[in-house]
Design a protein around this ligand. Sequence first.
Ligand SMILES: [Zn+2]
Length: 128
Amino acid sequence: MYQKKAYQAILESKCPKCREGSMFVFPLSKINKFTQMHEICETCGLRFEVEPGFFFGAMYFSYAVNVAVLIITGVIMWLFNIRDLVIFIVTVLSIVILLLPLIFRYSRVLFLHLFGGVKYDDSWSRGE
Ligand SMILES: [Zn+2]
């Protein structure tokens, strides 16, 4: 049976244990419900919040991404000789708000995959 690679599971926001079950209830296109997660993996039964408050740590991920957006925007504007603070703030805020659903989801996905301590296990697919 075909097995997903870890990066595919991350890209597709899949469970780190089985790489099949979705972590989120709705596709990203349902933009008003982007935060809703499954509590338990529908495929293998893994509890996504591996310990209470686990996803609190994912906030540091999104924070780091937002800081990166701020710095990159600043550098680009500086390179193009745009030295207007208001334009800078509006640009950064627009990018951060536009990316919010993506950053929210992928910081959780990455955090769970990297720090959740969940090992890949395909035994569910063999019916064990
Ligand atoms: Zn699973």
